[in-house]
Design a protein around this ligand. Structure first.
Ligand code: FES
Length: 577
């Protein structure tokens, strides 16, 4: 695609660095303080390398070096890279949940880009919430941007078995509680399961969102599947650095790429990968930033027409992201889906998605299944509605026991996480394999931040009987590495007075996947009486960021973005005085 090119005087940074006045003197004298001669930057695009590296960011340990490779590419192409650290959302480590800070990083990204003399940016993320946060901020600022995904870590091994991030943690934790493995086994797994730099290597939220970013068109083709330690990864980083400079001259911006067609491509990819339920929330939020209407129920339409092709755990049975890469990676998967994608969608390299996947081959048809042999005929995620979830709920059908496709069970209600952990392993817990476990006060406001508590543990007494899946319902999220019949994201959430707040132990609940419904079998009159007696939880925060979140965070069906950050209303560049 041919675009007219900017002149140096049209660069955004020209206002800071290219004019002759008192303030420009100050800016240039500080560039000299950085150690740059005027000839090194004058008239060249300034590229922010927004890096979510930090010492505690376990999945981005290679990002210090990768930033150097990005910068190398920027210099090679005639740009000037300036690395700008941004908040590292280290999944697992950050409490109560990284989701509490996704919008914080999005805001930080947007305002970093706005307040400094930046012409374009390279976004470095990968660990779960970092990807949507960076893309949300970039979409709002709408300066040329390219995403460099951290890439998955290498597959892990323990006593001849392959270990998958997260998924095998949940699996072996259940086996430990059931008495089937020893504490020593468990300790060995702890030191074996995270093997290299990079993100979780199951199809968790990180791998899902990096793939979504590529399907959206925001990475170079093939970038999202490259394992972090692979030598192709630094090459991709440098190539991204080279490309962003041209994107600035071409004025190719995120909202030129993140179009309605691109979001459909991304959501279709999510379904074909059996990706994380978290992606539904993030896609809704990113679409909101790009000004693209995208309702929750649209996922059902895309799921119904998209086969599950990626045989990667936890939706798949066997493989991990390293295998997916060797099998051809995302380009090969997208090539299988070509008739379901809008191939004309433009991507950051200036070419269309169709051009980018031309010639992509599958090298292992068990990892990336052909259309004639999908893992499932339909996509892995569905949206449910009903009187228990008037604004929707989400279920990952690809990772559940099919015996629960239509199921009625008696509710066992936990008021919050502490209540659940105090009671779940009691021998006298009143439950059996058909019981429906309900957790409330775990949503966007109640968690707060909607923690990944939605894969409620199976009660110990049932684990010992061999039970490994049950219907579980909550207003929480769950890790993309989790599995089981976990109905998530119930909206409105219980802390906001949603019907989940009204369920009582002993109520009958019916899940019907084919009908896409979730029903509390209690009369409307009885629910009204319960609502009249319901009391909202006391405010949790009297000040600070938590208070902002409590006032501004929207429900899951709206993507959990802050109200004041949504949309594309123009925000002026700063005046320079
Ligand atoms: Fe970083 Fe899973 S903990 S991607």
């Amino acid at each position: 695609m041919s675009r007219s090119r900017k002149t140096p005087e049209q660069l955004r940074s020209h206002r800071w660095l290219g004019v002759q006045d008192l303030r420009a003197f100050g800016h240039r004298s500080r560039m000299a303080q950085i150690g740059l001669e005027r000839e090194e930057y004058a008239g060249k695009p300034i590229i922010a390398v927004v890096n979510t590296w930090s010492d505690i960011m376990h999945c981005h340990t290679h990002f210090r070096q990768r930033a150097e490779e990005v910068k190398r590419g920027v210099w090679q192409a005639g740009g000037v890279p300036l690395e700008m650290p941004a908040m590292a959302l280290a999944e697992v480590m950050q409490k109560p949940t990284t989701m509490m800070y996704r919008n914080f990083l999005a805001m930080e990204t947007e305002e970093l880009l706005r307040s400094y003399p930046v012409d374009g940016c390279v976004l470095m993320g990968g660990c779960d919430k970092t990807t949507p946060a960076l893309l949300m901020g970039a979409a709002s600022m709408n300066l040329p941007a390219i995403f460099v995904p951290a890439g998955p870590m290498l597959s892990a091994h323990w006593r001849g078995q392959t270990l998958g991030s997260g998924s095998d943690v949940w699996k072996y934790w259940a086996e430990l509680r059931a008495g089937n493995i020893t504490q020593r086994d468990w300790d060995e797994i702890e030191t074996s399961i995270s093997r290299s730099p990079g993100t979780c290597m199951t199809m968790g939220t990180a791998a899902t969102m990096m793939s979504v970013a590529e399907a959206l068109g925001m990475t170079l083709p093939g970038a999202s599947s490259i394992p972090a330690p692979d030598s192709n990864h630094p090459k991709m980083a440098a190539a991204s650095g080279r490309r962003i400079v041209d994107m600035v001259w071409e004025d190719l911006r995120p909202r030129d790429v993140m179009t309605a067609a691109a979001f459909d491509n991304a959501a279709t990819t999510l379904m074909a990968m059996g990706g994380s339920t978290n992606a539904i929330i993030h896609i809704l939020a990113m679409a909101g930033r790009a000004g693209v209407p995208f309702g929750l129920d649209h996922f059902n339409a895309l799921s119904a027409r998209t086969p599950l092709l990626a045989n990667v755990r936890p939706s798949g049975q066997k493989y991990l992201m390293e295998d997916f890469y060797y099998a051809g990676g995302l380009r090969a998967l997208l090539a299988q889906l070509a008739d379901l994608l809008t191939l004309e969608a433009v991507t950051v390299n200036g070419r269309t998605l169709g051009e980018n996947i031309t010639g992509a081959q599958v090298f292992d048809a068990d990892v990336i299944r052909p259309r004639s042999q999908p893992l499932k005929a339909e996509g892995g995620l569905v949206v449910l509605r009903g009187n228990l979830a008037p604004d929707g709920a989400v279920l990952k059908t690809s990772a559940m026991d099919p015996r629960f496709n239509r199921h009625t069970g008696r509710a066992l209600v936990f008021d919050d996480y502490n209540d659940m952990s105090a009671r779940i392993d009691r021998d006298d817990l009143d439950c059996d394999a058909d019981t429906v476990l309900v957790l409330r006060n775990a949503g966007p406001l109640g968690g707060p931040g909607m923690p990944e508590w939605g894969m409620l543990p199976i009660p110990q007494k049932l684990l010992k009987q061999g039970v490994r899946d049950m219907v579980r319902i909550s207003d929480a999220r769950m890790s993309g590495t989790s599995y089981g019949t976990c109905v998530l994201h119930v909206a409105p959430e219980s802390a906001a007075g949603g019907p989940l707040a009204l369920v009582r132990t002993g109520d009958a609940i019916t899940l019907d996947v084919a009908a896409r419904t979730l029903t509390l079998d209690v009369s409307a009159a009885e629910l009204q009486a319960r609502r009249a007696a319901w009391q909202a939880p006391a405010p949790r925060f009297a000040r600070g960021y938590g208070m902002l979140l409590a006032q501004q965070m929207q429900q899951a069906d709206k993507g959990c973005d802050f109200r004041f950050l949504e949309g594309t209303a123009p925000t002026a560049d700063p005046e320079i005085h």
